[in-house]
Design a protein around this ligand. Structure first.
Ligand code: FES
Length: 155
């Protein structure tokens, strides 16, 4: 069940569109901001609020890969695996991140702090190799820089 706050925010966004279902992505982002991810039940509740079928909303959620359909950690690390980052050392950085966190791609640390996911180009090719943690972009990465960044979240 959507909270009154979520219902209010979704209604406000949907009011900008002729058809409520046009607010699909925005509505999913709203619930993800509140809950961290979008469960099947939440997706059905959002679909109902937008007067659309859960199947149609699920296809929107699947297409937009920043909607998490499974539980994630408190912080989500998106490591870019596209060409520029690959050339600039993606594989070594991924190895380092995986060792440092003790998890593989698609997994969450046992303390629930980080989830590590691959991502296509983050639009920061001039700063390759790059990653994002939540909404913050980090570029020109090396192992040392990654340790410092992760350390700032672990405090
Ligand atoms: S290729 Fe990695 S940010 Fe573009």
């Amino acid at each position: 069940m959507l909270s009154p706050e979520e219902q209010q925010e979704i209604a406000a966004v949907a009011a900008h569109y002729e058809l409520k279902k046009a607010a699909g992505i925005d509505a999913l982002r709203i619930v993800q901001r509140h809950r961290g991810w979008v469960s099947d039940q939440t997706l059905r509740d959002v679909a109902e609020a937008l007067e659309m079928s859960p199947t149609d909303l699920d296809s929107v959620a699947t297409f937009y890969n920043l909607i998490f359909r499974r539980p994630v950690g408190r912080h989500v690390i998106l490591i870019c695996d596209s060409v520029s980052c690959w050339v600039m050392g993606y594989e070594n950085l991924l190895d380092h991140l995986q060792r440092r966190l003790g998890i593989g791609l698609g997994q969450t640390t046992s303390d629930g702090l980080f989830t590590l996911l691959p991502h296509v180009c983050l639009g920061a090719c001039d700063q390759a190799p790059a990653m994002m943690i939540d909404d913050q972009l980090y570029g020109c990465l090396d192992a040392e820089k990654i340790d410092a960044i992760l350390g700032s979240f672990e405090k």
